[in-house]
Design a protein around this ligand. Structure first.
Ligand code: ADP
Length: 532
């Protein structure tokens, strides 16, 4: 027995710990899931970045490889053109390479100007002529190789690449083709088209960062008389692409964290809700078990009294008529109490089983209340209560079950008597109620008793509920009366309100809606007139 009891006591604790462990597990899993998801996003974006950097390297390598080749083939095309003119007119080629700014041919004695692409830039021409070609070119020094010799110069803020390719003229005399190309053109006509094919890449002019593997690395053949340097271009992942990746990581992180927070919040809310429901169910189960004890006590006491007084009367042991009358009263009062209790129990069980039926008919509520009041008057007086019934005249009739109305009043009056201490006063009022666009009858039962604590009010109409106040527990009761009252009120489409202050007393108000007035043809006409 004792083992069972202690294990049943431990069960809620074990369940609580298990529930807590589950919440902790859920939070842990959510956090781990979050970290994994975040890592996943991070690794994907890192991979994309690495791939973009690798592609940038490939494009730079292609550029480095292609630039001298394209330069050489353009210069060779010019040399071929010049060589094919036997009269040495050395006219500019018909297809002037678009990205070469200025062309010259040097044959060892003479420097021929082959013109410029589009509008001639005098600054470029003058720099090439005065600085680059000022000293007689050592033709022998120019290697007759497949690759051009490349130098740099600056003209009027313009950075130039000077490319020289050694060749021979038609008589097999040595000849040098010299081209000046502005670096802006290299950038616009050669590099940009290479880079723009890939959205993730961008071309940047970086001061000087030869360590960056992705720069365009045009070899400077190092001529002594040329100054200047090549611009350093870097091909790298585009800023927009990098920003995009960063934004993706951030957005995904926020989405994951947000969703997890909402999920955890919902979980905690559900836990809280469940705990509430479970607590309520446990409380109800306790109330039900208390009910058996209460009811047994409630039945035993009046039965014992009835039996005792009946036996005394039967044995003729009562001398005076007055005493006899008093005993009859006790028997009557106690049997009424028993009847009331049994009514409540039977009604409550019918309500619980969904079998409770009401027979609604047009009822004069005032008359029903007056009748019940008259029945309970002697009880009130015997208990030493000052009592009053106020009934307003001209009350609307109500569609109600007369017996159920009596039951409402019996329960409210009995409670007022039970839960009053020294201030013994009960006021019953029956008034018409037209507040808040409603029309009906209000039955109020007011006492100056012990009152109800605010925390108990919400539960009062739950079956088996009794306030934890010791003064309530001291009185017999099953906690069913108000549950039955609320059911009756609901079934009549009415409402039940309680106003109460501890020690000051309570007022229970039952509103029952009036019988709807039949709509006569006259009313209809009136309505139509009003509408207009
Ligand atoms: P019972 O009276 O048998 O306990 P009820 O359903 O009639 O059951 O009432 C439920 C609880 O509401 C009571 O136990 C008591 O705590 C409280 N209560 C009801 N009426 C009053 C009242 N007039 N004054 C103070 N408390 C009341």
């Amino acid at each position: 027995m004792s083992t069972d009891a202690s294990s049943s006591k431990r069960r809620p604790l074990v369940t609580g710990v298990a529930g807590l462990a589950m919440v902790v597990l859920a939070i842990g899993l959510a956090v781990v899931g979050n970290i994994l998801a975040f890592e996943q996003v991070r690794s994907v974006t890192t991979r994309l970045m690495t791939e973009a950097t690798a592609r940038a390297g490939q494009v730079a390598a292609t550029a480095n490889e292609q630039f001298p080749q394209r330069l050489a083939s353009a210069l060779r095309m010019v040399a071929d053109h010049v060589r094919r003119r036997p009269n040495k007119t050395w006219e500019p080629p018909p297809r002037f390479p678009a990205w070469i700014d200025k062309l010259y041919v040097w044959n060892g004695t003479e420097l021929r100007d082959l013109g410029a692409a589009g509008q001639e830039n005098p600054a470029i021409a003058s720099v090439v002529r005065n600085q680059v070609l000022a000293g007689p070119l050592e033709i022998s020094a120019v290697a007759f190789t497949a690759s051009p010799q490349i130098d740099f110069a600056r003209a009027d803020g313009e950075e130039l690449v000077i490319a020289q390719l050694g060749s021979t003229d038609v008589d097999l005399n040595p000849m040098v083709v010299v081209a000046a190309i502005s670096q802006a053109r290299i950038e616009a006509d050669f590099l940009r088209p290479l880079v723009s094919a890939d959205d993730a890449l961008q071309l940047a002019v970086t001061g000087a960062d030869p360590d960056n593997g992705n720069h365009l690395d045009v070899p400077n053949s190092g001529s002594q008389n040329l100054a200047g340097a090549l611009r350093i271009w870097a091909i790298q992942p585009a800023k927009a692409f990098v920003d995009d990746q960063r934004r993706t990581v951030l957005t995904q992180t926020l989405v994951y964290v947000g969703l997890t927070t909402v999920a955890l919040g919902t979980l905690l809310l559900a836990m809280w809700f469940l705990t509430r429901v479970v607590r309520r169910e446990v409380a109800l189960a306790e109330l039900k078990s208390g009910f058996v004890a209460d009811v047994s006590h409630e039945l035993k006491t009046p039965l014992a009294l009835i039996r005792m007084f009946a036996e005394t009367l039967r044995d003729g042991r009562v001398a005076s008529d007055e005493k006899r009358q008093e005993y009859y009263e006790v028997i009557l009062r106690e049997s009424t109490r028993l009847t009331d209790l049994i009514h409540n129990i039977l009604d409550f069980s019918r309500i619980e089983a969904g079998r409770k039926e009401y027979h609604l008919q047009t009822t004069d509520v005032a008359a029903a209340v007056e009748q019940t009041y008259a029945t309970y008057r002697p009880q009130l007086e015997h208990a030493g209560f000052e009592h009053e019934l106020r009934v307003e005249s001209g009350l609307p009739s109500v569609d109600a079950d007369r017996g159920a109305i009596a039951q409402i009043l019996v329960n409210l009056i009995t409670n007022a008597v039970k839960y009053s201490d020294d201030e013994k006063y009960v006021l019953i009022e029956v008034t018409s109620d037209t507040r808040r666009n409603r029309r009906g009858v209000l039955i109020s039962v007011h006492d100056l008793g012990i009152g109800i604590a605010p925390e108990d009010r919400a539960m009062l109409t739950e079956g088996f509920y009794r306030a934890s106040d010791s003064r309530v527990r001291g009185k017999a009761g099953a906690g069913l009366g108000l549950a039955v009252v609320r059911h009756i009120v609901d079934a009549h489409g009415g409402s039940l309100d309680v106003e109460s202050r501890l020690v000051k007393g309570s007022t229970f108000r039952v509103f029952l809606p009036a019988t709807p007035e039949p709509v006569t043809s006259e009313d209809k006409t009136d309505g139509a007139n009003t509408d207009r």
